[in-house]
Design a protein around this ligand. Sequence first.
Ligand SMILES: NC(=O)c1ccc[n+]([C@@H]2O[C@H](COP(=O)([O-])OP(=O)(O)OC[C@H]3O[C@@H](n4cnc5c(N)ncnc54)[C@H](O)[C@@H]3O)[C@@H](O)[C@H]2O)c1
Length: 255
Amino acid sequence: MSRLLEGKSALVTGGGSGIGRATCLAMAREGARVTVADLPGPGAQETVDLILAAGGTAHAVAADVTDPAQVEAMVASAVAAYGRLDCAHNNAGIAAMHVGAGGQRMCDITQAAWDRMMAVNLTGVWLCMKHEIAAMERTGGGSIVNTSSIAGLIGLPGSNAYVAAKHGVIGLTKAAAIDYAPARIRINAVCPGYVETSMIREAMTRRGDSILSTVPMHRLGVPEEIAEAVVWMSSDRSGFMTGAAMPVDGGYTAT
Ligand SMILES: NC(=O)c1ccc[n+]([C@@H]2O[C@H](COP(=O)([O-])OP(=O)(O)OC[C@H]3O[C@@H](n4cnc5c(N)ncnc54)[C@H](O)[C@@H]3O)[C@@H](O)[C@H]2O)c1
């Protein structure tokens, strides 16, 4: 059977752990040559090593999605390595706890926490898309998948800045999908529910049972289950899909 992303050049931010790593591995398995981007540290290279060990093609790039020059260099690195950019998964993100705002209501969070959340989870996606789209336009099209969340579709308690940023990602996805449909660039969002990664560990320790009781499937997702959706949304098999926000959430938003 032919592979879904045979020969494509794919870029994944936050590729050094969790959902991003699983997507890098799944994309490589499906034949993509993968640029694995993440903050400086061992994560991205570890993902690359896993891909190379499985016979795939990948290289690592250190890039902070809040830094315009680093984002530009990240996209340039993908194009330099593989000649073009066909697929991008804008997935890097942080949780409320990372900005010291875990469980806080709107009036209790600091402006610094709000600004940091927006910088990484919303402006970071915009910045990546800005450079990715420019690269894709040069070669006649492509497919972008942004990681939103169930928090992009509904409100969640004690996560207001995260919820606002993830709703923003969906708005950005829809508006960009319309703007760039004529350029043959499809842009969609994946909306994971609760997934077993480092991001969710603290919340599970604090209120694991109450979280699971709200999920119809009564379990966490695993990163590979999000990755499979991203691979399909990145591939030509989803050719008529653009501007969509697809939940992969064990039924959470169906209730
Ligand atoms: N785990 C969940 O339950 C869940 C649910 C819905 C959405 N998400 C979203 O999925 C995405 C991936 O999260 P995850 O669960 O795999 O968590 P994770 O913490 O394992 O991965 C996040 C990755 O983003 C990277 N990152 C953070 N800030 C960055 C920056 N400024 N520049 C570049 N990279 C940066 C981190 O280094 C890390 O590798 C995030 O956007 C998150 O909001 C996660």
